[in-house]
Design a protein around this ligand. Structure first.
Ligand code: PLP
Length: 357
């Protein structure tokens, strides 16, 4: 079996056997009079002349530009409604209900367990090592992967703790699981880390899948544009499962605008400003009596341990500042998103006002 074949052997057999729905726009080539998709010939909006037409299922220009942005090949990319849809597609493609499992490493992003629950997949957990700055326990992950585990989700930088996972440790897991499981590295925040993506490792490791998104660094959370990056054979299987037209036309236009040279320059500037504010906020928070620990962050948020998270959240509410209480994952910890300098000052003032007894 080739390495790619052994990855495909992990796919649900019924999905492998399924033929993809072929939509009108997938089959159409060329043409001048478009009467193949039961569209209305009139558009309701003069401002959006294309809205009466179905979009391309995977718009070729967007796919090409995202591939360039992520330094991969277009055939390795699937554009999804946020990377959340990528997580869901992977679950539905690889995991049989009540039979297969995913592995994830708490404390981490909550969607893995939700997507598993929806699909009826089981879950195996291997905690990150808190004493080592929430490091990946690669040996424990490998030990915990039985034949039922089809997907291993690793989030780097990890949400909510903020740190990158060690690249060599992640790659060692990918290589050790080459024929046994798909390793999904969720890089929603890698743009804020200054470190390279793992996507360059996919050609030599076809069991590696990388998730990227325009939601965070590119400020397009409202547009829902994620990219699943994988071996072209894996992308072809995911194509069978994805909804027919996931990239709405206004979304396509917003995404294309965000990755023009001017859009890229703006995003770089925004990321640099957020990273600078992250350092300022972390240093100032560390001096506050109410703050016990500020975890190091490679992302656009800080996980902060406070004396009492309920009181801290209440102090934020009183000041009109909303944070995320992550105490169920890390006791007495709140996650603070890095905002504008004025917003970050509001965070500091609200926590400064918190009296500690
Ligand atoms: C925000 C986030 C996502 C989801 O991003 P979308 O592209 O907006 O769906 C995925 N993974 C992690 C870890 C996130 O924090």
């Amino acid at each position: 079996m080739t390495p790619v074949d052994s990855v495909l052997s992990l796919v649900r057999p019924d999905i492998l056997a399924l033929s993809a729905y072929s939509s009108a726009r997938k089959e159409a080539k060329g043409g001048r009079v478009w009467l193949d998709a039961n569209e209305n010939p009139e558009t309701p909006s003069a401002h959006q002349p294309l809205l009466n037409r179905y979009p391309e299922p995977q718009p070729a220009d967007l796919v090409a530009q995202l591939a360039a942005l992520y330094s991969v090949q277009p055939a390795q990319c699937l554009v999804t409604r946020g990377s959340d849809e990528g997580i869901d597609l992977l679950l539905r493609t690889f995991c049989r209900a009540a039979q297969d499992a995913i592995l994830f490493t708490p404390p981490t992003y909550g969607m893995y367990v939700v997507a598993a629950g929806i699909q009826g997949a089981r879950t195996v957990t291997v905690p990150l090592i808190r004493e080592k700055n929430f490091a990946l326990d690669a040996a424990a992950v490998l030990k915990a992967v039985g034949p039922e585990v089809k997907l291993v989700f690793l989030c780097s930088p990890n949400n909510p703790t903020g740190g990158l996972l060690d690249r060599a440790a992640v790659l060692s897991v990918v290589k050790a699981l080459a024929t046994r499981a798909v390793v999904v590295v969720d890089e929603a925040y890698v743009d804020f880390s200054g470190q390279p993506s793992l996507a360059a490792e996919i050609p030599s490791n076809p069991n590696l899948v990388v998730l990227r998104t325009l939601s965070k660094a590119f400020g397009l959370a409202g547009a829902r544009v994620g990219t699943t990056i994988a071996d072209p054979a894996v992308i072809a299987v995911l194509q069978k499962v994805i909804a027919p037209y996931p990239v709405a036309t206004p979304v396509l236009q917003a995404a294309l605008a965000a990755i023009t040279p001017a859009g890229l320059a703006a995003a770089r500037e925004s990321v640099a400003a957020i990273v600078a504010e992250r350092a300022r906020l972390a240093a100032a928070l560390a001096k506050l009596p109410a703050v016990k620990k500020v975890w190091p962050s490679d992302a656009n948020y800080l996980l902060v341990e406070v004396a009492d998270s309920a009181k801290a959240m209440a102090a934020g509410r009183a000041a009109g500042v909303v944070w995320r209480d992550r105490s169920k994952d890390v006791p007495n910890s709140i996650r603070l998103t890095i905002g504008t300098p004025a917003e970050n000052t509001a965070t500091l003032e609200a926590l400064q006002a918190l009296v500690v007894y």
